[in-house]
Write a protein that binds this ligand. Sequence first.
Ligand code: FAS
Ligand code: PHB
Length: 391
Amino acid sequence: MRTTVGIIGAGPAGLLLARLLHTAGIESVVLESRDREYVERRQRAGVLEQGTVDVLRAAGAGARMDREGLRHDGIELRFARRRYRVDFPALTGGKSVMVYAQTEVCKDLIALQVKEGGPLVFGAEALAVRGVDGERPHVVFRHEGREDVLECDYVVGCDGFWGVARKAVPAELVRVYERTYPFGWLGILADVPPSHDELVYAHHDRGFALLSMRSPAVSRLYLQVPEGTDADAWDDDEIWRELERRFETGDGWRLERGPVTQKSVTPMRSHVQEPMRYGRLFLAGDAAHIVPPTGAKGLNLAVGDVVTLARALTHQRETGSAELLDSYSETCLRRVWQAERFSYDMTTLLHRAPDATAFEDRLQLARLERIATSRAAATDLAEAYTGFPFE
Ligand code: FAS
Ligand code: PHB
């Protein structure tokens, strides 16, 4: 096989990159190790920044999002039985976010790729990336039991945290920055209307809880749990009881229960691999960086990377200049590190570490109090949550 851009991974990064390149008239092939159903059903992100929404619309992938997505103008912070609403438009000059699950974004992009785009090969596991320091990069992959080679001009690793692409960067050139957290999130889907019309981020002595949603009829909820927790160790009744404790308020607000239809545990880590480019290999999305989901940045960072890369590849094809390709890594990393800062701040603000001291407990409440009483502090949160501008 031969193409211009070989893309490894059909998550949001790989699928959107393929779409952006197609609309720019640049050929690509997407290799995805799992099957279509797995990719479309994998429960992950739920919140799209304004910039992501604009990019999906411009790429012709926004119609169902505009019909079914939920525009949200704020979130609620809940702490010490109090409720404080962060008003996004008032603090950011009109920006909001869209609640539209990653599963739905992937379904929309896959449907477009199958209908109009280049090859999207499911069940194709990339085994190695070679030749990226020369003129003939290629991807060795296995499909239907046979090894094959995809020859291309550029390789883009959109293969997530556990992918292979980033291993093609010589170890001596790689700088890794990371932090793991001593807790994770137990997430559930439940067939019950959300008990609040916006997301609720709750700080509590017993640990963090998040109320989110997938539609007016389906709730998405998360509980902070110790790292290594097995989702099956929690029965549904225990999960609801613990959520009710952590969302408690002083005004009679109630959490409605319903049938739990999906349960899983997500580990929490911050991770950045620099640089995001080596020769003709580019890394995008989780293949280059991971953020704890507290700031709802993961998917949106992946979008920023591929918008930057598609622009650089288009510029190179139209002008012959590689200047935007040469600045790809540093351009993306400016936005990545701002998202890492915000995601770390939100995570340490709202989660109670198992070894937290009394001082750290009180400091968290002081930080929350500051956001609830200072327009400057609330503006910093609102600007970061609704998204940093693409450069
Ligand atoms: P992805 O991991 O989505 O996609 C990578 C793709 O590459 C996968 O389809 C994989 O099968 C494929 N692949 C891997 N190795 C391959 C190989 N060798 N050959 C071929 N294909 C290969 N973000 C939020 O904002 N909010 C959340 O609540 C949230 N929850 C999350 C829960 C979990 C369990 C995880 C892991 C992440 C979560 N994230 C969340 C972050 C998540 O949304 C990512 O940021 C987003 O999926 C990034 O998209 P991609 O970079 O495309 O990577
Ligand atoms: C989700 O709806 O899955 C979600 C929303 C906000 C977050 C994390 C996850 O910060």
